[in-house]
Design a binder for this molecule. Sequence first.
Ligand code: ZN
Ligand code: FE
Length: 255
Amino acid sequence: MAIEIRQLPCLSDNYGYLVQDQETGAVASIDSPDPHAINTALQDAGWRLTHILNTHHHFDHAGGNLALKEKWNCKIIGPRAESEEIPGLDIAAGEGDVISLGASKAKVYDTPGHTLGHIVYHFEADGAAFVGDTIFALGCGRLFEGTPAQMYNSLAKIAAWPDNDLLYCAHEYSQANARFAVTVDPQNNALSARAEEIDLLRRRGQPTVPSSVAQERATNPFLRSNDPGVQATVGMSHADPIDVFAEIRKRKDKF
Ligand code: ZN
Ligand code: FE
């Protein structure tokens, strides 16, 4: 009893994911960035799409919903707080809900910040989470709709998961994120090592995603706004971590 995950580069820098419940063969597409790429991947795998799990309403995440639903008659699960904006939504989900993909289960968390209704899907038993545009390798989503405090709390939920759980984010932004991260956390050796590793992977055209919860906790500046070194670097020693987070997010927006 487990899930199998296929990762597919979509559009310019998105990742799509197909998740198969191996016991029943049920298959979910995490978001619907590019129906054509998703259909090709389904065909390659010999899988039939039964579900779409949407994280939020942006076009590069839900824009392919209707095309996929028309072809596969799949069930669309998405954020309750964005029900009106998710095309073809069948089941609205939010914090504390557990959704089923065949025999596999994912716990839903509300992670407002990037959008107000953003949700993430944690397949606890499989140690895998699909986090959309909430957390990226060494980064986090832009605050288009939410406040820094909301995003800070959303990220804290993810940071509390087990060390080895893997975070499957929706964009390949790692290299740009690493260039910024070292400016606010210059003394962090784990970060500089990771930045080098990311450069190497990208030079070979390989994905830098997924990453683990432990890796992000150790190197993602948006999870480290309580770190004395980070605080000193941004000139906010002993400040409230939420204020430090807000400052780091502001600097990244202008970087
Ligand atoms: Zn987005
Ligand atoms: Fe996105």
